[in-house]
Design a protein around this ligand. Structure first.
Ligand code: HEM
Length: 143
């Protein structure tokens, strides 16, 4: 079972990467005005799949963590990775709240004040996903 955990963790990350690329592609089409509004069912599906993937990463991550906990709890990299994971969870709630704009209004009709949180949460999401994946590469010291 334990030998399957890391591949499962990485498989879930692959599923997430595909979901995020599809969701970002739809979001950019909306921002560029190629589509006036996005299909609500599709946006909900992307958001649901992102939650499933994020929860999958956390569950498989916890099972990877348990046997290595004494070592990982001494590693600053582990705490940095967890900070990125907490950021992703908080940002997923924010995106769930903001995504309604893309299914009800065209991007060009939004005010700057309405656009700003979209850009901030998009930037936070990119930094936190890349941060969690990159710090994972430095969790375990090579001997
Ligand atoms: C949600 C975002 C997450 C991302 C993007 C992510 C990414 C990764 C990646 C890319 C690896 C492979 C590293 C390698 O092969 O050297 C990895 C390994 C690992 N992850 Fe995660 N992970 C996430 C969440 C978690 C969580 C929540 C935990 C624990 C609570 C966790 C614990 C671990 C552990 C213990 C390893 C094994 C390290 C090793 O044996 O080299 N991960 N993660």
């Amino acid at each position: 079972m334990s030998t399957l955990l890391l591949p499962l963790h990485l498989f879930t990350l692959g599923f997430l990467a595909i979901t995020i690329v599809l969701a970002d592609h739809a979001a950019f089409s909306w921002i560029r005005g190629k589509v006036a509004i996005l299909d609500e069912a599709k946006v909900r599906k992307y958001h649901r799949n992102t939650w499933i993937g994020l929860i999958g990463m956390i569950v498989t991550g916890v099972f990877l963590f348990i046997p290595m906990r004494e070592y990982l709890l001494t590693r600053p990299q582990f705490y940095i990775k967890m900070a990125f994971v907490v950021t992703l969870i908080a940002n997923a709630f924010v995106i769930g709240h903001l995504q309604k704009r893309a299914t009800t209004q065209s991007f060009k009709d939004l005010s700057f004040k309405e656009k700003l949180p979209l850009f901030i949460s998009g930037a936070v999401s990119t930094v936190a996903w890349l941060g969690a994946a990159t710090t994972a590469l430095f969790l375990v010291e090579e001997f």
